[in-house]
Write a protein that binds this ligand. Structure first.
Ligand code: ATP
Length: 572
């Protein structure tokens, strides 16, 4: 290869190089400016060649190199067009004489951008990690193969499992009962919510929400959030207790609110008014929905105790295991799961007010004994305690059960029965006072109008006589419900309730239960049995007009079991 061809090759290589190359002579005139240099600086090769470097690219610092004769390696700098470069600059020598300088530079803009992105990603990752670690929700993450990747301290607290037990281990490692939802997510790519399972060595009951982690359109893993069911249960129970307490702490009605002029009702009201200030326990008797609670409110409000509390306790709705501690309170450490500070019972809570014991026929035998003692001695002893606490509250009890039968069968204490029977007041059933239906209907229409924003002003005589022909197993409560339903079926402008607005009311015996068809293919036996049970309970309540005692009798179960079933199937 001769000198000439050598030069041609050199020129071609320089031109094709990815790095920018600029060379200047000892005066600073640009003598070499390759294509990459042009692309990076945005200056055309034509303009750059022969121009003085100070005019077009003073930032290259080549004049300094000529002056100092020093090489500078890997210097970072920026061109005016924003391109970042890394440059190496050197003086050019020929026969020991500096004849110029040159610079080779690389475009580092992309690398810088990537580095910034990496820093952002790193920051984001650290942020996410600290959110996960400090979250009160128990979180577990698995990778696309189903191996544990991340758990947080809340997860360890809930399950009792540590990172060493989970990280890198298969997704089912933490499961005590149930199948891995993480694996289900990885198999289906779908989310699942509120799946019950048990986890960890202590078989902790949890509800799990799981979702796929999708990155760049690919399934990369699964994230699960575990909720402690026992905590949820405790909260729900507490809410229920608070609700019940709120409902119980005021007596809304007075004798003025008891509608009806029938002789049967008038006698009961007279008796109740007379007993209001007598220092005796009252027993309100009568079918479900006749207005016993209304009477209890009215008696309290007519007594000297009206400015004190009215505490209502539905003895059938409180679980048997809790009734004694609810009524009489408990001392600290009385039983596991109890408030460690101990708790006042409802008798103490009622103080100088009234305690209304609804469904008293449902009290357990042992609670009956304690109640008798309270009525006789006028004092309570908290569960797990020894100290007697004076009871000043007045007791009004109510039942829709034939207590005499329960006494005979040995399920209700005879001595308690006689104690309660000193002042019994029977609230008549609606079928014994059908003449009150007219007045009651107008009273309820007014209430319903207010509640639903309607203006039904009249009920036609045929509609009233139709209502009077019915046997009203659910009493006044059923009448209120039927009128409410009828108003909903009426047009918004209709003002007169006619017979056709009312549902079909069977004059006498109920129709047999028609079971709906169940989908045997998709539902398991347990689901089917549950549905049938819910339907049977609903049907019994319907044909008994919402009268729970009758419905329980119809189903041949105790009233307490009926309450449990209603709660289970969320039947109001
Ligand atoms: N004479 C009445 N005047 C006005 N409203 C009444 C009358 N009797 C009952 N009610 C209403 O009917 C509904 C049922 O009454 P209440 O709850 O007092 O019945 P109850 O006999 O205590 O029923 P249960 O035994 O099922 O607890 C309530 O909404 C109540 O306000």
């Amino acid at each position: 290869m001769n000198k000439k061809s050598n030069k041609i090759i050199n020129d071609l290589v320089i031109e094709a190089a990815n790095d920018g190359i600029i060379a200047v002579d000892q005066n600073g005139k640009i003598v070499l400016f390759n294509k990459a240099a042009s692309l990076m600086t945005g200056i055309s090769q034509k303009k750059a060649m022969k121009a003085h470097v100070k005019e077009v690219l003073p930032e290259t610092g080549l004049m300094d190199v000529i002056a100092s004769k020093k090489r500078q390696v890997n210097q970072a700098m920026k061109f005016p067009n924003g391109i970042s470069i890394l440059t190496t600059r050197m003086p050019l020598y020929y026969e020991d004489q500096c004849i110029g300088a040159f610079s080779i530079f690389k475009d580092t803009t992309q690398i810088e951008k990537m580095a910034a992105k990496m820093t952002d990603l790193q920051r984001m990752k650290e942020m996410l990690e600290s959110i996960i670690q400090s979250s009160d929700e128990a979180i577990s993450v698995v990778d696309e193969k189903g191996n544990g990747m991340v758990i947080n301290p809340a997860y360890s607290r809930l399950t009792g499992l540590q990172e060493k037990d989970i990280i890198g281990k298969p997704a089912h490692t933490d499961i005590a009962e149930g199948s891995s939802m993480h694996m289900k997510v990885l198999e289906t790519g779908k989310s699942f919510r509120r799946v019950p399972m048990r986890v960890g060595p202590s078989h902790k009951e949890v509800l799990v929400n799981v979702s796929p982690i999708i990155a760049g359109g690919m399934l990369k893993g699964s994230v699960g959030i575990l909720q402690d069911v026992s905590e949820l249960r405790e909260l729900t129970k507490e809410l229920e207790r608070t609700r019940q307490r709120l409902r119980t702490l005021e007596a809304k009605y007075t004798f003025e609110d008891i509608v009806g002029k029938s002789e049967a009702l008038r006698v009961s009201i007279e008796q109740a008014k007379l007993s209001a200030d007598l220092p005796v326990t009252i027993l309100l008797r009568g079918d479900s929905g006749t207005g016993k609670e209304l009477f209890a409110h009215a008696i309290h409000n007519a007594s000297a105790r009206r400015y004190d509390k009215f505490v209502r306790v539905n003895c059938a709705a409180i679980p048997e295991t809790l009734i004694e501690s609810e009524l009489f309170g408990y001392e600290k450490g009385a039983f596991s799961g109890a408030d460690p500070r101990g708790k006042k019972g409802l008798f103490e809570e009622a103080a100088q007010g009234t305690i209304f014991l609804d469904e008293i026929g449902e009290l357990s035998f042992s609670a009956q004994s304690k109640l008798l003692r309270v009525l006789q001695e006028k004092e309570v002893v908290r569960v797990g305690g020894v100290k007697s606490i004076a009871v000043e509250a007045r007791v009004i009890a109510a039942t829709n059960q034939p207590l005499e039968k329960a006494v005979k069968e040995g399920t209700f204490r005879e001595d308690l029965y006689y104690r309660l029977q000193r002042m019994p007041i029977t609230v008549p059933s609606l079928s014994e006072r059908k003449e009150d239906i007219y007045e009651l209907s107008y009273y309820f229409l007014e209430r319903i109008n207010q509640e639903y924003g309607r203006s039904v002003t009249t009920i036609s005589p045929p509609a009233v006589s139709y209502l009077s022909g019915y046997y009203w197993p659910g009493n006044v409560r059923e009448l209120e419900n039927i009128l409410g339903r009828a108003v909903i079926t009426m047009g918004p402008q209709e003002k007169i309730m006619e017979k056709h607005h009312l549902p079909v009311l069977e004059a006498d015996k109920p129709a047999p239960l028609q079971m709906s068809a169940f989908n045997l293919q998709t539902e398991g036996l347990e689901e089917q049995v549950n549905k049938i049970e819910a339907e049977a309970v609903l049907h019994a309540l319907k044909i008994c007009g919402g009268n729970k005692t009758q419905a329980a009798r119809h189903l041949k179960i105790s009233l307490r079991t009926l309450y449990n079933k209603m709660q289970k199937h969320k039947i109001e």
